[in-house]
Ligand binder design. Structure first.
Ligand SMILES: [Zn+2]
Length: 333
């Protein structure tokens, strides 16, 4: 059993309380490899932002849970080396699918876990979430629960259609489970294809899909029921069209990839939404940069020569998100 506190990590409790009060959101960036982790930490240190490093089931399968945990421990030391005296870094399990997975992460040094029982019948979701909370809180680890179903595909989390969170359930859920934050469904969606052509009109000029607006009425109703309670948005990549264009220009094929407009996320971040999950955008940046090198320098075969530019582009993306979308710059103590 390793406590995250020994690793220099923090849980989300204080971070979220400050974010709700201050009208900004903490970035939750997924990481699967060294370049992504370096880019996240460089961006967070440079902008003086707290940050949540997220590990999904796909990441655990790809990179190994133990390696990722040591990388997060390394991230704390790396942030110090970059000049941040007291890093505010959370290591969070994204979409934990069972009590056992959550327990194993808590036991090895994660400071926060999500238990995603959103696909279960309501009472089973309550029971599972409460079980995880009861275990996690003994070690001062914070827990994110989820109500409502997001559409889209993210690693091994997939749903055909979304079901908005029912505001009438949130008081009962948070009281009975004791969870520290709640992921809700208001129209965000996992992956780079958040909406299909049947769901949205097409802007005739660039020929791009125009995503439907988020259900701010549902968010408002949730906030009315649970004033000041930390709310989380999953599936909140914006799918920057500059990266999609770059990928398509250099031999990729991503037709009709669209995401959540950044203005809408900015608006959400100013409310009780205090954690915004972004994964696909960094995958797009990575892929765009690598494709560009491959197209322009076909003789290149040193991975550092294409992973390096990918890291640079991801760092730029993370800084942009922190400053212009989440508003968490300058908020680390
Ligand atoms: Zn998610």
């Amino acid at each position: 059993m390793v406590s995250y506190k020994e690793l220099g990590l923090v849980n989300t409790r204080k971070m979220f309380a400050k974010a709700v009060d201050g009208g900004y959101a903490i970035p939750a960036f997924n990481f699967n490899n060294m370049e992504q982790m370096q880019a996240i930490i460089m961006a967070a240190v440079e902008t003086k932002s707290p940050v949540i490093l997220q590990v999904s089931k796909g990441a655990r399968n790809y990179a190994n849970q133990t390696l990722l945990r040591y990388m997060a421990q390394g991230a704390v030391e790396y942030a110090k080396e970059l000049g941040c005296a007291h890093p505010e870094i959370v290591l969070h399990l994204d979409h934990g699918d069972s009590f056992e997975t959550c327990k194993s992460c808590i036991d090895m040094g994660f400071s926060s876990v999500m238990i995603d029982g959103s696909a279960l019948p309501y009472d089973e979701n309550v029971a599972l979430t409460k079980k995880v909370v009861d275990y996690a809180h003994q070690f001062d680890v914070t827990v994110e629960g989820e109500l409502g179903v997001l559409a889209g595909v993210e690693d091994e989390v997939a749903a055909e259609e979304s079901h908005y969170t029912k505001p009438e359930e949130v008081i009962d859920f948070s009281t009975r489970t004791g969870c520290d934050s709640l992921a809700i469904s208001i129209g965000t969606s996992h992956g780079a294809y958040k909406f299909n052509p049947e769901q949205c009109p097409r802007d005739p000029k660039p020929g791009r899909l125009v995503p439907p607006p988020l259900a701010f009425d549902v968010l408002d109703a949730v906030m009315e029921k649970l004033p000041g309670f930390p709310i989380v948005l999953h599936g909140s990549s914006s799918v920057p069209q500059e990266y999609v264009d770059m990928i398509n220009k250099y031999g990729g094929k991503l037709p009709d990839a669209v995401g959540i407009p950044e203005e809408q996320l900015r608006k959400a971040a100013k409310s009780a939404v205090c954690k915004i999950n972004i994964d696909s955008d960094s995958r797009l940046a990575f892929t765009a940069a690598v494709r560009k090198v491959f197209a322009e320098k076909p003789a290149e075969f040193d991975p550092r020569k294409y992973c390096g530019p990918a890291r640079d582009l991801m760092t730029e993306l993370y800084k942009h998100k922190i400053i212009n979308v989440l508003g968490s710059d300058g908020k680390a103590e």
